[in-house]
Ligand binder design. Structure first.
Ligand code: PGA
Length: 220
């Protein structure tokens, strides 16, 4: 009977997720697809601003993002922490210091996410609050490329800790212990309020909330 019920879950699941969730959403999709072989998936991986515009055009079933916009009427559920940390090359002069005052970041060469990125706007807000002005050397729309640039010695950056993947810090990149960090953010799974979710979307929504616990342990 269970097999029959699973077989009944058929159709397409359309997801739009924020860039950093690519470090765990695709992993969760594997077991999900095995459980429900009749479901196929379209996954968009994009930044904060584009997720919001996809949501206002109702292009996807579910959205995973880290900041709930006030001007849209949406239903959402917080399911995982998304801490933003300061990343630097391992040989950076501040790498061995503890409890570094945020003002020490002033003047540091910095690699910044593109306009429209949620990461960028929370970093900018924190820096503005503390009067910190970094030297933006490079703007990049990809967390992976930013990590490479840090490892290559171009500067420091602030990214989700999840961009380090399951292994945490690497032998090339380290997390600086700066006051005010990590910036605490969360992931939410969301959809437009009042939208009737398909059986497939509801199934994934519940699956995601159930699996979040395990992901939190894996990524910590
Ligand atoms: P981003 O998303 O890709 O827009 O920076 C991450 C976030 O909003 O925390």
């Amino acid at each position: 009977i269970i097999a029959q019920m699973k077989g009944l879950k058929q159709g397409r699941l359309r997801l739009a997720v924020i860039t950093t969730t690519k470090y765990f959403v695709p992993r969760l999709l594997g077991p999900f697809c095995q459980m429900y072989p009749g479901i196929d998936i379209a996954l968009q991986v994009t930044n904060h601003e584009r997720i919001l515009s996809r949501m206002s055009e109702n292009l996807d079933d579910l959205y995973v993002l880290s900041q709930i916009p006030e001007h849209l009427d949406i239903t959402y559920h917080q399911f995982l922490a998304n801490p933003l940390v300061v990343l630097a090359p391992v040989d950076h002069p501040l790498a061995k210091e503890k409890n570094i005052p945020i003002s020490r970041l002033s003047g540091e060469p910095f690699i910044m996410r593109e306009p429209g990125s949620g990461t960028r706007s929370s970093v900018q807000t924190l820096f503005d609050e503390h009067g910190v002005s970094v030297k933006v050397r490079l703007e990049l729309g990809s967390n992976e490329a930013i990590k490479q640039a840090i490892a290559g010695g171009l500067g420091i950056s602030v990214l989700s800790r999840h961009t380090l993947g399951l292994d945490g810090a690497t032998n090339q990149i380290t997390i600086l212990d700066v006051q005010g960090f990590p910036i605490s953010r969360h992931w939410y799974v969301a959809y437009p309020a009042g939208k009737q979710l398909s059986v497939v979307a509801r199934t994934f929504f519940e699956y995601l909330l159930e699996k979040a616990q395990q992901v939190a342990v894996d990524m910590s």
